[in-house]
Ligand binder design. Structure first.
Ligand SMILES: [Zn+2]
Length: 440
């Protein structure tokens, strides 16, 4: 599989060097690939950390919505977008969408395709936090500053660096809308205000990718919410995760815990990236020194790959309303084993697996059981693994999978995903034991 993360220009580059030509002249697609690679490379831990350090500094006083520090944070974001050459996307053409004493900060990168540029990918993060933490207490109280480095200076920084990388990547087909929401901590007021006063038609909003707390990556575990809100979204996320070390936890929960949720309620597909809660959450101890900035770099590079693909692919994701009723309990049920006796009673199995179908990803199967000492067990297949291809081919449904599983010659290759990582697994019987003469 071709990985854009490591674009297929390396051998072209080598060939070009050997024959003394600039490699950009060798193949038509090379120029785009090199811009893509440069854009990915441009996303740096140091730049991300610099944004977080400023946004979570004492000077910004915890970025409380409508406070002096919150205002200064908004000014900083607008200055960054202007520096990147990105236009303001508020109704008046500026960067600020005011409401009450607050401001959303909006910027845009127009698409290049005459038709698709009318459609938008919205990448967002809230930039407000709890200020001095006195919200709801008596006037005159002054509490300790809540710097909110992870919540959500980290996501705010992630959107900034994504925006910058997109200016390096060259033209994209769909347009990008970048939103730094204010007043999320008061009940997602910024994103709700935008939905009540949208700056682009809602029907042209293809997808929302929201970042909330991406600064504490631990053990490479990144939670990805929302893949069930559009068909095939998990496959897309895994494809874009190829070449990274991130282990993705696809959480089915969709509750009103961040700014993607109001968009989901409007029937718009959403994704949310999140590195997990911790003991400093909503405390004055959520400070910049605890941020894992190399981890943020990994997360932001995945974000870039995702957004680039969403901006350029022909088909827009199709909203999947069934996601509204799904929970983590449904996810667990999908991989629950059936009694082994059920399998034993059926026809003999070739691969040694049973599975369930998944309505969100109809061209995959989810293994829920592996028969001991079967081909699948020998190859290390586990319950919960998801199969995307067999014999190098995709399959439309499990009937097609069964036909291929029964007819393909050994060894049989499966494209298997576990924790958002693809790997090719080869199923074959163990080498035959050397012939042994039996005494008669
Ligand atoms: Zn948050």
């Amino acid at each position: 599989m071709i990985r854009r993360r490591l674009p297929p220009i390396t051998w072209l580059t080598v060939a070009a060097l050997l024959i003394g030509l600039p490699w950009t002249g060798v193949a038509g697609g090379a120029e785009k690939s090199s811009a893509y690679a440069a854009a990915l490379e441009s996303i740096h831990a140091e730049a991300l950390a610099a944004h977080v350090n400023y946004l979570a500094s004492e000077a910004l006083e915890g970025r409380g919505a409508g406070t002096r520090g919150g205002h200064a944070a908004g000014d900083y974001l607008a200055r960054q977008y202007a520096k990147f050459g990105l236009r303001g996307a508020a109704a008046d053409g500026g960067y600020f969408q005011p409401f009450a004493a607050c401001r959303n900060v909006l910027a845009t990168l127009p698409g290049s395709d005459p038709e698709l540029k009318k459609q938008y990918i919205l990448v967002s993060a809230h930039y407000d936090h709890l200020g001095d933490g006195t919200h709801g207490r008596s006037l005159g109280t002054v509490g300790p500053i809540h710097p909110g480095a992870d919540d959500n200076a980290s996501g705010t920084a992630g959107v900034l660096e994504l925006a910058h990388a997109m200016t390096v990547a060259g033209p994209i087909k769909r347009s990008l809308l970048l939103a730094s929401w204010d007043s999320e901590e008061e009940g997602m007021l910024g994103s709700k205000h935008w939905l009540a006063h949208p700056t682009v038609p809602l029907e042209d909003l293809v997808m929302v990718v929201n970042l909330d707390m991406i600064g504490r990556l631990r053990g490479e575990h990144l939670a990805v919410f929302g893949t069930r809100t559009a068909y095939g979204l998990r496959r897309l996320v895994c494809q874009e995760n190829e070449g990274s070390r991130l282990l993705l936890e696809f959480d089915w929960t969709l509750v009103a815990n961040s700014d993607h949720h109001p968009f989901f309620q409007q029937g718009i597909p959403v994704l949310m990236l999140h590195t997990g809660l911790h003991e400093n959450y909503h405390r004055p101890s959520d400070t910049a020194d605890k941020i894992n900035s190399p981890g943020m770099q990994e997360v932001d590079r995945l974000l870039f790959a995702l957004v680039y693909e969403l901006a350029n692919r022909a088909q827009r994701p199709r909203f999947r309303a069934a996601a509204r009723g799904e929970t983590e309990a449904d996810r667990r049920r999908l991989v629950e084993p059936e009694p082994l006796a059920t399998l034993a009673a059926g026809p003999p199995l070739r691969l040694g697996i049973s599975w369930r179908m998944d309505g969100a990803e109809p061209d995959t199967i989810v293994v829920n059981q592996v028969v001991p000492e079967s081909l699948a067990a020998g190859a290390g297949i586990q319950p919960g693994d998801r199969i995307y291809e067999i014999g190098g081919r995709r399959f439309a449904d499990d009937e097609a999978f069964i036909r291929l599983a029964q007819s393909l010659p050994e060894p049989i290759e499966l494209l298997v995903e576990r924790d958002g990582q693809f790997r090719v697994v080869t199923l074959r019987h163990a080498a035959a034991a050397p012939p042994r003469r039996r005494a008669a």
